[in-house]
Design a protein. Structure first.
Length: 362
């Protein structure tokens, strides 16, 4: 039971960490290309959202396009993202080398870039040279850093724009180079988790006021994904607990059989105790205590194994395996209770023995 609870908690912590790794308190607005005459989020919408959400949320608009980049003499398609300096914090990006974009570079439309770790490995072997650059739109962009995602997030946000061979440039720069007013996605990070509903309401109100229909524009948060992950984790934990419960029943039957064999082997001793004045209640209590002691020993060993195995696996795999104090207490109490429950029948059999038949038992 301790191991089951630890596995459940570790699974929940891992999944929640993956989802929150996309960006804590995150709200996303994007066009879906659905419906008749679909509409999209535009750069003007971004300006309106920034004004309405000032002091409530941090915005990080993303313009995404694709270009061809020469890597060791071969042409490779790469994603090009135009983002603001806030994007790194909103999306929890990890900077492996160099730095991220600066506000001055965003405001001036500088020709600087960051490349993903996959692209850096393929082009430079993972080590960024001092004069590193990429050529996009027939222009030279100086590479100032290498980035990567904190977690693999494609399953959470449907398709992670920052994954794979990716180049990040300032939002203003790509906005001027990219002949399109559309913005692929706008990330909005609430100041707190409690602010997420307010951010969603403001975003929906602003966008609905600026578009004929919201049929092709969606505003969503990570809460549905988080709730789903928690429900799945709880369901798996319940299934594992049911399996553990069946194991307890099997163990209880084993204790009862051991105690029945013990009663039979000590039949003559029980008869002697009854003959010299022992009460049947004393015999009953004795065998119940023996059953409880047997289950307590098993409980101590089980708790030690249940707590030790997750910790050992966690150390070997580098995964945090939390041990719940309540699971240890409940597991030990259940073990003792199983011993008492399944020890009742052998104890009653011992206490109900006939003195004459017991003394004559060979």
């Amino acid at each position: 039971m301790v191991a089951v609870a630890s596995i459940g908690l570790a699974g929940r912590t891992h999944v929640v960490g993956l989802i929150e790794g996309v960006g804590a308190n995150l709200v996303m607005a994007r066009g879906t290309s659905e419906g008749v005459n679909p509409e999209f989020v535009t750069t003007e919408d971004v300006d309106a959202l920034a004004e309405s959400l000032q002091g409530v949320a941090t915005l990080a608009p993303v313009i995404e396009t694709s270009r061809t980049l020469s890597i060791k003499g071969q042409a490779w398609p790469v994603n090009v993202l135009g983002v603001t300096p806030e994007y790194a914090g909103v999306r929890n990006l990890r900077i492996y080398s160099g730095r991220f974009l600066r506000t001055a570079e965003e405001e001036s439309g500088s020709k600087v870039a960051l490349i993903s770790r996959e692209l850096a490995t393929r082009r430079y072997g993972g080590v960024l040279p001092p004069d590193a650059s990429v050529r996009l739109y027939d222009l030279r962009f100086d590479v100032v850093g290498i980035f990567g995602e904190s977690v693999g997030t494609a399953a959470v946000v449907r398709r992670s724009e920052a994954a794979g061979l990716t180049v990040i440039v300032p939002y203003t720069t790509l906005r001027h180079l990219h002949d399109n007013r559309e913005v692929d996605v706008v990330y909005m990070r609430g100041a707190t988790a409690a602010a997420v509903p307010q951010v969603m309401q403001i975003a929906e109100r602003v966008l609905s006021a600026r578009h004929r229909s919201m049929e092709s524009i969606e505003v969503e948060s990570l809460k549905p994904f988080l709730d789903l992950a928690l429900r799945v984790s709880e369901a798996i934990t319940l299934v594992l607990l049911a399996v553990a419960g069946i194991s307890l029943i099997v163990g209880g039957i084993g204790i009862m059989n051991i105690m029945l064999v013990t009663v039979r082997e000590r039949t003559r001793d029980i008869g002697i105790r009854l003959a010299i004045g022992a009460r049947r209640r004393d015999i009953l209590t004795q065998f119940l205590l023996e059953a409880a002691l047997l289950s307590m020993v098993g409980g101590v060993v089980g708790v030690a194994l249940g707590a030790g195995l997750p910790l050992l696996v966690g150390l070997l795999l580098g995964v945090q395996a939390p041990i719940s104090a309540w699971s240890v207490g409940v597991a030990f109490a259940v073990c003792v209770a199983v011993g008492l429950i399944f020890g009742v029948q052998p104890a009653r059999k011992a206490a109900g023995m006939n003195i004459v038949d017991s003394l004559a038992y060979e």
